[in-house]
Design a protein. Structure first.
Length: 399
């Protein structure tokens, strides 16, 4: 919970807003005028044709062309809201519950109802389903590979607006929940923004300081002191890469705050740019630190991308092991290591193989990398209970 009176007021206001919107953003169009403006024009024209010649009861099959993790929760809430608003009967046959793995081409759900009321909803429905399912799949694989590491969703800055940010936060929570169930993973424990914190069971976003605060303070230590004076009871995560003195600044902060360090209330965050090595490292020393700790990680064939994650510049496995060694050598064994910078599914898998001593990963890289893979598709497969679908999509007909 926030400590200051002002933060408590802000928290109460956010809670009231969340209660009013029912844990769903008000950004999604529900008024007919907005839906007309944002849907594909041929759907609007189809709606007018149906209104002129008579409605039919139809069934849509909704599917994707690649394996995903089912993340239909936001879409279903929106569809149910539209059915109430338009006063029509809607049947949702969800074939893959939230968090289930779905194969390519398998219908995630069937929607049955009035063609007049459903036809202009297809565009918005597909926009919100496909990206969520792919992001949930990515989040699941990342959390499963690094099952003993906590994740923070830091995707908001990479999203194309607040609508997408809500979808991505929801998707991370779905993927993480699957990883918890299937692999005992810690998964995503929170995210960076207040608006979507409820998807992770939190009242507010999480995070300590950006690079801007280090620059403002003039030194890493002074930024830590400023934070401590402002939020004395909060856990503190200090960015240590601003001045290219990751090891030096991390140890300096630990020595300044020995009580925090001893109580596990201090973390150091590595976010080193990929253009340079972490302090004290170069290629030979990077290999050496892995040889000391996890020799098997570098004794097989590795492509260039894998080698970069293991021993290259930026936040590599070698960098994380180097930080852990430096902290432990001075007795700061309870100081946690937080890592960020490009932690994609591929990088998480390599970090797991290198047994990188991570406590927390901050990432937005579960967002779909190839947007074309997020395209969901809807086809009508029944008209007034008669199976009918375009040639080539017969596999979608409900059995």
């Amino acid at each position: 919970m926030p400590d200051s009176t002002q933060e408590k007021r802000e928290h109460e206001k956010r809670q009231q807003d969340k209660d009013q919107r029912g844990e769903r953003s008000s950004l999604w169009p529900v008024d007919d005028g907005d839906i007309t403006a944002w849907t594909d024009h041929y759907f609007n024209r189809s709606k007018r044709v149906v209104e002129k010649f008579g409605d039919q009861k139809v069934t849509y099959a909704i599917f994707m062309r690649r394996p995903v993790v089912s993340a239909p929760g936001l879409v279903i809430k929106w569809l149910e809201e539209m059915a109430r608003k338009r006063n029509f009967d809607l049947e949702i046959d969800l074939r893959y519950a939230e968090g289930r793995w779905v194969g390519a081409g398998e219908p995630i759900m069937y929607l049955t109802g009035s063609l007049r009321h459903l036809v202009d909803l297809e565009t918005l429905l597909l926009q919100r389903l496909g990206p969520a399912c792919v992001a949930a799949y990515n989040a699941f694989t990342m959390c499963s590979d690094l099952h003993s590491v906590a994740f923070l969703a830091m995707d908001a800055r990479h999203c194309a607006g607040t609508d997408m940010a809500e979808i991505m936060a929801y998707a991370a929570s779905v993927g993480a929940d699957r990883a918890k169930r299937k692999n005992g993973a810690i998964g995503f424990i929170g995210n960076a923004t207040d608006a979507t914190a409820h998807y992770f069971g939190q009242d507010s976003g999480m995070g300590t300081m950006p690079h801007a605060l280090i620059g403002y303070a003039g030194s890493t230590l002074r930024a830590a002191e400023m934070f401590d004076e402002t939020f004395p009871g909060d856990p503190m995560t200090v960015l240590v890469d601003y001045f290219a003195r990751e090891i030096t600044d991390a140890l300096t902060v630990c020595r300044r705050f020995p009580k925090r360090a001893a109580e596990g209330l201090l973390s150091v965050r590595l976010d080193t740019a990929g253009s340079r090595f972490v302090e004290t490292l170069d290629p030979p020393s990077s290999y050496a630190v892995l040889e000391r700790n996890v020799p098997r990680a570098i004794r097989g064939y590795r492509n260039e991308e894998e080698l970069r994650y293991l021993v290259g510049p930026g936040v590599s496995a070698a960098a994380i092991w180097t930080m852990r060694e430096a902290l432990d050598k001075e007795g700061f064994t309870k100081v946690k290591i937080v890592a960020s910078s490009g932690f994609s599914p591929a990088k998480c898998r390599l970090m797991a193989e290198a047994e990188a001593p991570l406590d927390v990963v901050g990432t937005g890289s579960y967002l779909p990398n190839r947007w074309s893979e997020t395209y969901a598709t809807a086809d009508i497969v029944e008209y007034d209970n008669v199976p009918r679908v375009k040639v080539g999509r017969e596999f979608l007909i409900r059995k």
